[in-house]
Design a protein around this ligand. Structure first.
Ligand SMILES: Cc1cc2nc3c(=O)[nH]c(=O)nc-3n(C[C@H](O)[C@H](O)[C@H](O)COP(=O)(O)OP(=O)(O)OC[C@H]3O[C@@H](n4cnc5c(N)ncnc54)[C@H](O)[C@@H]3O)c2cc1C
Length: 812
């Protein structure tokens, strides 16, 4: 078949993702769409999927997309004439122990927030719905009546047919062998059947997507893993309306398949596959059976369903599927190349997510921006180092099992560690640091006191580090704490147009005197918050921009794509500087021992930033805080930080200096209701809704991106506002996505929560919505509760922070 010489969009890959993208592009009226498939539609991973279509996902928007998918699969046959095999037998998830039951109850509460029908049921009720299971060792279960299952091949063919009917051209037996990039943007593709010039490419190449990305210099970190299920011969008592069964403590899922059972799972240690590349001729192919590896799941299945012990196995499937380093799929326009979109790395939920992901990416292409907050799956959350094959291989051994492992709060990866380290890493380790990761960076989360095990012991309640972290917290409130914040992303923007560029991008006024730091947001045209950062004017035409570790790629991309032809250079200087956070009422006294700079409030006020001598180094000291106390962030050239650190530690004992980690920081920041981007702030939240109006200068001379939207929003009562909730009961802990109830009615959900050690209670931040506006009176007059694991707890609601609401301590 010859391919057209031009297309507006070329979709690469005819699995469920590619067909969904093509289908949805045509739904949006784009007909000039070409889908290229190396062999035949669905021949990659899609054809052998088990076809479970669960709806409840980790976030509200991902759940919205999954729910949309189920609804679409339900109607696709009527629309296209191609059957999908979709049905809604519902699903049951079992709990074998109290901790799992707690997780399921938290999920049930979360599901209510997300509008997913759910019911907590007893073991006997689970047994009634699934008569073949043993229930004597169960604590309870979750019943999701609207969960579905589908036939992956037929569903993909239906999407492909819908795309064709909508005007798309589908070329099978056509492999993409190259991508043409011109001036940083996609210009076309080379295929085995000829070249196609195009404006956009969507990489839906499944486990080949990493190689495809490389053709355009785009990092697509994913790795294939062997993934297994078996199908038995028909069994007595197995009927087509049997719900999908998940027994995560036994790593397995089970569903009916032509009168028998299909049983697969997510074993704790997986088998990565295809590290040196996926064979080009791999189509409708499977990998060799591996009964030894499958044994761990087989044993559990027999335990749960005794009839499986003697059930003859009709088919053993070992098919590869791609997994990403954080278990979430990769979506959106790649930061390295304009017009290069990705929808890949589905971590074994591609059938359930394919429809929604395809819709989202199609809307992204047509609308030029993500249609909703998709940060959890946004490809701008990854970094190029993550495509390292050894890193991916190592992480993939862990990622498969994580699907059904307990989703503990503060859970840390155990593989692919130690890939990015602060210069101080070993010194912090010697002090008892227990590390977690953020975009590869090893960061001290807490410090184990002598006698405390230096490892996480997870639970839903207070974990083993709780008291250690509480001491760190108190040291920061009462004396002085030392944080290693070297993982901050640091960007230098300089050039004659630097002020103009940042004035256009920032909602705050950044045309400030040299030596001043500004806290600001960068907004999209809808007024949504794209970045939450500090900007320090370090010279007339130069700024230091500082943002979080995890948003490095995203924030850099946001700034870079808005530079157009401005006369500026943007340089990532993250590795050039270590950052020491010296925080607490005695921070001034501590630093004064090592510097001749005047650190008094008059000479060095809040938000001042200067170069000073500190110990043996020239450093930048910025008076700013994320913990709500007097303090400085000290930017030290990486090669000098060990000397500065040793000096600080050497003179700090009598002032009560303590090393403090990120868990303490979280507790400190939540008491001050400091927001966290990616949780409390995102592209759908405006600064006015988020209570950050103080950082917006609507009247500054240069209009900024998002200003018009804020002006319009200011005219009307705010229907949605971030509120701070403090539990009255000191015991329960708040993490995220707990329902917020006012006078018994659901009005919002928690976006981030932590235990405040000074307040002595858990605190949560969350958006509250109300059609008549969320006024002070509305908040003060209501009876407020949070639902935690299906129980309701009274909370105090307020707009101001529970700790030091006037910020007097920050300005001492
Ligand atoms: C055993 C197993 C069970 C599963 N069960 C479920 C389940 O129950 N529910 C669920 O939601 N998910 C499940 N999954 C996961 C699901 O199958 C995948 O997430 C999904 O199929 C991925 O779809 P895709 O379109 O991204 O990739 P693929 O289906 O692999 O499609 C990619 C396509 O790109 C083509 N391609 C590659 N390179 C090129 C090139 N250079 N030029 C042109 N074309 C190219 C390939 O030929 C391929 O057809 C399961 C997976 C496995 C392995």
């Amino acid at each position: 078949m010859t391919v057209p010489s031009h297309a507006r969009v070329v979709v690469i890959g005819g699995g469920i993702a590619g067909c969904s993208v093509a289908y949805h592009l045509t739904k949006l009226g784009w007909r000039d769409v070409v889908l290229l498939e190396r062999r035949d539609i669905s021949c990659g991973t899609t054809w052998h999927a088990a076809g479970l279509v669960g709806q409840l996902r980790a976030t509200q928007n991902l759940t919205k997309l999954a729910k949309y998918g189920a609804d679409l699969y339900e109607t696709l046959e009527a629309e296209t004439g191609q059957a999908t095999g979709f049905r809604r037998p519902g699903s049951i998830s079992l709990a074998r122990n109290a901790e799992r039951m707690h997780e399921l109850k938290r999920l049930a509460s979360m599901a209510r927030c997300f509008g997913v029908e759910v019911e907590v049921i007893t073991p006997s009720e689970a047994g009634r719905r699934w008569p073949l299971i043993r229930t004597d060792d169960l604590v309870g279960a979750l019943w999701l009546p609207r969960d579905g299952r589908t036939n992956p091949i037929d569903t993909t063919l239906a999407l492909a047919k819908g795309a064709r009917l909508g005007g798309a051209t589908i070329c099978e037996n056509t492999a993409v062998t190259g991508i043409t990039v011109r001036d940083g943007a996609v210009a076309g593709v080379t295929t085995t059947q000829g070249d196609i010039a195009c404006e956009a490419v969507v990489n839906c190449a499944g486990m080949w997507a990493r190689d495809l990305g490389r053709m355009a210099g785009v990092a697509v970190p994913l790795h294939a893993s062997e993934h297994f299920y078996i199908v038995t011969e028909p069994l007595a008592g197995v009927t087509p309306d049997l719900p999908v069964l998940r027994d995560p403590d036994g790593y397995i899922y089970v569903r009916e398949e032509v009168g028998g059972l299909l049983m697969g799972g997510f074993e704790p240690e997986a088998k990565p596959w295809g590290m040196s590349g996926i064979p080009a001729d791999f189509a409708f192919s499977l990998l060799p059976e591996d009964w030894d590896h499958f044994q761990v799941m087989m044993e559990q299945a027999i335990h749960r369903i005794p009839a499986m012990e003697t059930a003859p196995v009709r088919r053993h499937v070992n098919g590869p599927e791609s997994f990403t380093p954080d278990g979430r799929y990769l979506l959106g326009e790649a930061p390295e190349c304009r017009g290069f979109y990705v929808a890949a790395g589905f971590n074994s939920i591609g059938i359930a997510s394919g429809a929604g992901a395809g819709k989202a990416v199609a809307e992204w292409i047509v609308g030029g921006e993500p249609p909703m907050d998709l940060w959890d799956v946004d490809i701008r959350r990854v970094a190029p180092f993550q495509t390292n094959p050894w890193y991916l291989h190592d992480r993939t051994t862990e990622m498969v099992g994580r699907l059904y492992a307990m989703h503990w709060p503060f859970d840390q990866f155990v593989t692919a560690r130690d890939v990015r380290k602060s210069v101080l890493h070993d010194r912090l380790a010697a002090r008892g640091a227990v590390f977690g990761t953020a975009l590869g960076w090893e960061r001290a989360n807490w410090y184990a006191r002598p006698g405390v095990e230096r490892a996480y012991r997870y639970s839903w309640g207070r974990q083993n580090w709780f008291e250690c972290s509480a001491e760190e917290h108190r040291a920061v409130r009462e004396a002085v704490g030392l944080f290693d914040q070297s993982s901050f992303t640091k960007l230098r923007l300089e050039g004659p147009d630097a002020v103009m560029v940042l004035q256009r991008l920032c909602a705050n006024d950044v045309d400030v005197p040299v030596g001043r730091l500004v806290y600001t947001q960068m907004l999209n045209a809808r007024g949504g918050i794209e970045a939450d950062l500090t900007v320090t004017r370090v010279a007339e035409n130069a700024y230091l921009i500082v943002t979080g570790a995890s948003v490095a790629t995203h924030d850099t991309d946001w700034i870079r794509r808005h530079l157009s032809d401005a006369r500026v250079a943007l340089t990532d200087v993250t590795s050039a500087y270590a950052v020491l956070g010296v925080m607490g009422p005695r921070s001034r006294a501590l630093l004064a021992r090592l510097t001749d700079a005047d650190l008094s409030n008059a000479a060095f006020p809040f938000l001042a930033s200067r170069e000073i001598w500190l110990a043996s180094a020239r450093v930048r000291a910025s008076r700013v805080t994320y913990v709500g106390e007097l303090g400085w962030e000290i930017y030290v050239p990486t090669d000098q930080v060990i000397g500065v650190y040793d000096a600080l530690v050497g003179v700090g004992d009598d002032l009560g200096l303590r090393h403090a980690g990120y868990h303490a920081m979280d507790s400190l920041r939540i008491e001050k209701a400091y927001r966290s981007w990616g949780h409390d702030l995102g592209s759908e939240d405006t600064p006015l809704e988020a209570g950050l109006g103080f950082a917006v200068r609507l009247d500054k001379r240069t209009p900024f991106l998002g200003r018009e939207a804020l002006l319009a929003q200011r005219e009307k009562p705010l229907h949605r506002r971030l509120v701070v909730f403090t539990l009255e009961d000191a015991e329960p802990l708040v993490y995220h996505d707990e329902p917020i109830l006012r006078d018994g009615a659901l009005v919002g959900r928690i976006t981030s929560g932590a235990y405040g050690h000074t307040i002595g209670r858990a605190i949560g931040l969350g958006y509250v919505e109300h059609a008549d506006g969320v006024s002070d009176a509305f908040v003060e007059s209501g009876r407020w509760e949070l639902e935690i694991a299906c129980d309701r707890y009274p909370v105090r609601a307020q707009f101001s922070p529970p700790y030091d609401p006037k910020s007097l301590r920050v300005r001492m």
